[in-house]
Design a protein around this ligand. Sequence first.
Ligand code: SF4
Length: 491
Amino acid sequence: MNLYYINHNFRYEAEKLLRLFFPLEKIVEYTEFNETNEDYLLTRIDGEESLTLTAGLSLNGEAKSKIKEIKKSECDDLELELLLLAYDLLCEMCGFTPKWGILTGVRPSKLIVKRLSQYGEENARDWFLNTYKVSPEKTELAINVAKTELKIIERAGEKSFSLYISIPFCPTRCSYCSFVSHSINSEKAKSLVTDYIEKLIDELTFTAQIAKENGLRLTSVYWGGGTPTTLSENELDRILTHIESTFDLSECLEYTVEAGRPDTITKEKLDTLKKHNVGRISINPQTFSDSVLNAIGRKHTTAQTEEKFLLAKEVGFDVINMDLIAGLPTDTVEDFKNSVNRAIDLGADNITVHTLALKRSSSIVTENESDSVTDRDIWEMLAYAGKALTENGYHPYYMYRQSKSLGNLENVGWCKKGKECFYNVLMMEEYQSIFSVGAGAVTKLRSEDGSIIERIFNFKYPFEYISRFDEIIDKKERMKSFYSEELEVRS
Ligand code: SF4
């Protein structure tokens, strides 16, 4: 697919818009228009004071265009005008209207939270429906999420941060996975774990020192990955104990460890987590169909998921989350509905409903296994999940979108009243600094007023994390100067 952007600088936005309609195609960009037989989107602005906006689309030999005349002095947002013109044409010729309209970003709720708090609900609703062309059902979803988020955000308070710990190991690799997660069953990965934990401990010590020196309050701890419970109970115990002895946890509102894969969970590991005051865990079925589990390379059964869920209930965690994914290879609408019902019947406190994203590095894409579910199926799956969860007392409390998700749809965290995951909201909406440790972890430094967000990236792969650890610590020295600059601004 060719993209022409002529006489304007909205290249990035035009490309993202085009990706909504052609998510997997290679897009080649040009600044000059040459008549061609290939498919293309043309975006163009002519004139100086009196402007002519042009959107042209050629698909499979059929070409159409739309033109809009506009006075520069009367136009608040030229980029939006041009994108809306192209969007109308794309919807018309592709026969498809994206549920999220022209919104391409990963955080639609962040946009609406701001609008809602500044101008109120009616204004925010109208803005999403009429300016961004978001569908009525997604607008309501975004407003409901935003209203809950506003209450959660207030709890963070000043000078707070969350701690994220990355454990990039899993028992096997799921076919849709794009994370840098190593199968622990390979000898190479096993030999890395011991050294990995040593470095992780060092990075935690370094991070705790920065928090202490700057008087920062730790409000939540979150272990993700990978699958943290791939580690043995002794390894978990060692890291949990180290966190307790180096960080001040007296203001910590929640402590979460992802125990995503049921095949990694044992009674001993759950007891270890509980002993260290972990209150929230995730046990992720993804689906309650054994044949779909097999198709995606997860070597556990739905019976195991249920058994481990009941075991975790018995151990007594405050919140157990279950993740489901809509659009997995070989899944059907009926089987997905059954998965939603089973998670509800089990009594999961949180149920996070993801839409499958086709990431280039996942085997689902490299091996071309992703064509069993249509966009209409996905709409039906998500619509059913929303209805069934609402009827059973769950409400949506956080949301994000991923690029290349089927139907450009969203991931939504649903929960029972009072069971929201504080970390998920603050991290996703960027309301707090996140100090992240481990391979692939990204530290986000946020100024108190939110006007500055800086990121520090750790090396992705465990072997790099171990062998180049000193470089990571050098980069993370920036955390110290960030907080001394913050102090100067505030004094
Ligand atoms: S459990 Fe998660 S991180 Fe691990 S391979 Fe599967 S999708 Fe990737």
